[in-house]
Design a protein around this ligand. Structure first.
Ligand code: UD1
Length: 430
């Protein structure tokens, strides 16, 4: 199995180009099948999750062709199948976006019910409530969700919880419903706006994405387009946190600084200097002590839950006590035991982590428990004294393209290895 071997202790310095947003890509790749013409998606992050989504799209009969590493063409004209197999859902929950896309286009979809997940129970009741409001019958049987409608009719939907997934799934279905849909209490994340912009570039009529209310006037058909995905807020935030954790100086480029405000604000509170450019943010933390602060995860524009492990890792090196409250997912502190094995001092009670800052981490062998926590552990290792290994890096590969290459370009001493011989060679070489 592949793992990362890291020798820590060097501040990360330099500039790093951020790729396209994974979570926008997952919605956009599903939406792309709704046209019967060729859709080209550029700035596509080439990560495990997007590759699985493309396999799922191919699995139902859409044509998929990579143009370059980060561009793909999709044509949904020849779709023959409305069934999305459990195999894809098991690998990425977001393949349930094909439910909204297929229901909108063909008025019928059968998708495996997503199972339990690593960061807490993740119900999809709001998705199903929305589909029913549009006139679909939704049945759960033998682990499958079967949604069907004679016709989809626009409706007024009020979501009980703010859900990224439900907002996107319903935007997809309602784009091709008859009449107007009004969705209230929707998620406002940058990738919601990106999926809406993408659908509009295919001829949909969606207004209000990025606010609490989205209005959609359904259209009969969607057409081909060429579209470039926005930069990944969380990949950028991860490298920004890496500057703080390693006491380095990193500029993230090809980003939208506004999307990073909640992260920039917290890093500034912690004593980092933030320099915003038009399409870049620089985080300077060299030779300075990090200050403690409190963080609570919230839907956008609040502090993102997907940045919680990375910022908690930085706070674990601050000069004092911090509180980290996780209010989106119930089980997102599984990395804490691993970080404590590297010398951190964090206690978790319920949805709160009590972080007592320590002077430094020490290298250890740890397992990545999930995508973002895995990235946080790699960066912790880059700041730690001595060698670490991080196993289960398939989680990290779900969402970070060329992670170790980018870290190396910033001066990080890291190698991806799949055998003890190469691990040994790396240890001797640094
Ligand atoms: C998306 C992101 C994920 C991020 C999360 C929150 C993608 C592919 N994934 O996940 O990286 O961590 O947003 O920003 O974009 N909920 C319900 N009922 C529902 C749906 C959700 O109760 O029908 C609850 C969830 O349990 C959770 C909260 O709502 O507590 C937010 O979940 P949601 O925004 O739907 O997250 P995802 O779309 O799964």
């Amino acid at each position: 199995m592949e793992q990362y071997i890291v020798k820590g202790g060097r501040p990360l310095k330099g500039s790093v180009v951020i790729g396209g947003a994974k979570n926008a890509a997952l919605g956009i790749l599903a939406a792309a099948i709704m046209a019967d013409e060729t859709v080209q998606v550029d700035n596509l992050p080439n990560v495990r999750d997007t590759r699985v989504m493309l396999q799922a799209v191919e699995g139902i009969g859409a044509q998929v062709q990579y143009i370059y590493n980060n561009s793909v063409q999709i044509n949904g004209k020849l779709i023959t199948d409305i069934d999305v197999e459990y195999d894809y859902i098991r690998k990425i929950r977001a393949s349930y976006y094909l439910l909204g896309a297929l229901l909108g286009k063909y008025h019928e979809a059968r998708v495996a019910l997503p199972g339990g997940c690593d960061i807490g129970s993740r119900p999809i009741d709001q998705h199903l409530k929305g589909f029913r409001a549009l006139g679909a019958t939704v049945d759960l049987d033998h682990g499958m969700i079967y949604a069907k409608a004679e016709k989809l009719i626009g409706a007024h939907i009020y979501f009980d919880v703010v859900s990224v997934g439900a907002t996107i799934n319903l935007m997809l279905a309602a784009s091709m419903a008859e009449g107007e849909t009004i969705m209230e209490n929707v998620a406002k994340e940058p990738h919601i706006v990106d999926v809406a912009n993408f659908l509009n570039s295919m001829g949909a009529n969606i207004r209000g994405a990025g606010t609490d209310v989205i209005r959609i006037r359904g259209v009969k058909r969607l057409h081909g387009t060429t579209y470039s995905i926005i930069p990944d807020q969380i990949e950028a935030g991860t490298f920004m946190a890496a500057a703080a954790i390693t006491h380095g100086d990193i500029q993230v480029t090809n980003v939208i600084p506004k999307h990073l405000e909640s992260i920039s604000a917290k890093l500034a509170e912690m004593g980092c200097t933030i320099v915003e450019g038009d399409e870049s943010v620089r985080v300077i933390a060299q030779n300075r002590e990090l200050r403690p602060t409190n963080i609570k995860t919230l839907p956008y524009p609040g502090f993102p839950t997907d940045m919680q492990p990375q910022i908690a890792t930085a706070l674990a090196l601050a000069s004092g006590s911090s509180l980290v409250t996780e209010s989106i997912f119930e089980n997102r502190f599984k990395y804490v035991d691993e970080l404590n094995r590297m010398g951190a001092s964090i206690k978790v009670e319920g949805n709160t982590a009590y972080v007592e800052g320590v002077k430094k981490f020490t290298g250890a062998d740890v397992d990545a428990p999930d995508l973002r926590a895995g990235a946080a552990l790699v960066i912790a290792a880059l700041s730690a004294d001595g060698f670490s290994s991080i196993s289960d890096i398939q989680y990290i590969q779900r969402g970070y393209e060329d992670f170790e290459t980018k870290l190396k370009s910033l001066g990080g001493q890291i190698a991806k290895v799949d055998n003890e011989h190469d691990a040994h060679k790396f240890r001797l070489s640094v």
